[in-house]
Design a protein around this ligand. Structure first.
Ligand code: PLP
Length: 356
């Protein structure tokens, strides 16, 4: 049976990226060594790193004055590195979900944190509007896509202070005006590559704002001086990211990918909105194109487990909602084909016609 991979992360990757990585693990470009056996100081790896950085810059149209680096430690280490490097007195944060809360928790180790707005009172079912960013904040931190709750900030906002964004789960899903941000970061394992590598797009002039001493590995300056090569970078994971970036370029770039994502999301959201049984959990203007959360209406709540079992017989994988929302979550990342969304919609409609 055909499997439909809706996992939230690590998640589906382009098939061609997986196949080419498998080949490179056996023999990288015919050099007689595995990708896993080469030195990170070799010209073979330098070529991989250069191409990955180059494609990232090209596809996201990253302007001059920005660098892209690849680190270990996951997005979660960035929650700490950001305030370590940039929080002098006060930072502003938008609280839109669990990942934002984790970022806030780390910032509090370093200074005052001003949470400008929160949707926690509504179980994070929306992106707050009408908030004021204090002009004296060292930076403002947002999570553009809330992977667990399924809400997303779709526009690049104007911000009076340096804007920092966790784009772990929507990077490369749409064109981004990078010039509006001072730093963009994320774990690769949602939309870009395997677990193990973190990307950081950083504006060079953001550096050295704080007096405190910063341990070498947690200092962005270390990683900018020798881009991604101060210590051994995650060679394997970077390789797969390069393959994913090549795939995006082959499709025609992030605008093409965005159009595909909109089609997929519209198909599923329309099915949810036209259903007697299912209902979306997020306010319409805050809905994510990457993680689509829905539950069963009150009168059908007792059928959720039955639908979960039914969906498995149709090849659906990873659609169980996060425990903090319940119900279902379909992650529709870049690499998920439209046919998988169609298959899920068919399964929902078949179940509904048998049970509602
Ligand atoms: C998954 C995720 C994280 C955590 O990433 P790690 O690489 O596991 O540390 C942080 N932020 C968002 C938005 C995520 O989706």
């Amino acid at each position: 049976m055909k499997k439909h991979n809706f996992n939230a992360g690590p998640s589906i990757l382009p098939r061609i990226a997986v196949e080419n990585t498998a080949k490179a693990v056996l023999d990288l470009n015919g050099i007689g060594l595995s990708l896993l056996e080469i030195s990170h100081r070799s010209k073979d790896f330098q070529a991989i790193l250069d191409e990955t950085m180059g494609l990232f810059k090209e596809l996201l149209n990253i302007p001059a004055g920005y660098q892209i680096i690849f680190l270990g430690g996951g997005a979660s280490t960035q929650f700490c590195m950001i305030p370590y490097n940039f929080l002098n007195k006060k930072a502003a944060y938008l609280e839109t979900g669990v990942w934002a809360q984790k970022a806030i928790k780390e910032a509090k180790f370093f200074g005052e944190v001003n949470v400008v707005a929160s949707s926690s009172d509504k179980n994070f079912n929306n992106i707050p509007k009408n908030f004021t960013i204090p002009a004296d904040a060292d930076y403002f931190h947002i999570t553009t896509n809330n992977t667990i709750y399924g809400s997303e900030i779709h526009e690049d906002m104007d911000c009076p202070v340096p804007l920092i964004a966790d784009m772990s789960s929507d990077i490369l899903s749409r064109p981004v005006d990078v010039s509006k941000y001072s730093l963009i970061y994320g774990g690769a394992q949602k939309n870009l590559g395997p677990a193990g590598v973190t990307f950081v797009i950083i504006k060079e002039d953001l550096l050295t704002r704080v007096e405190r001493k910063i341990p070498t590995m947690l200092n962005y300056a270390t990683h900018l001086k020798e881009p991604s090569l101060y210590n051994t970078p995650p060679v394997f994971a970077i390789y797969t990211c390069m393959e994913t970036l090549r795939w995006i370029k082959g499709l025609g770039g992030v605008k093409v990918v965005q159009d595909m994502n909109i089609r997929k999301a519209n198909l599923l959201y329309d099915a949810i909105d036209n259903s007697k049984m299912f209902v979306g959990t997020v306010e319409k203007d805050s809905r994510s194109l990457m993680n689509i959360c829905f539950v069963m209406k009150e009168q059908y709540k007792d059928k959720e487990d039955a639908f979960m079992e039914f969906s498995k017989t149709k090849g659906m994988l990873g659609i169980k909602g996060h425990r903090s929302v319940g119900g279902f979550r379909a992650s529709t990342y870049n690499a998920l084909p439209l046919e998988s969304v169609k298959a899920l919609v068919d399964a929902m409609q078949e179940f509904e016609s048998n049970n509602a």
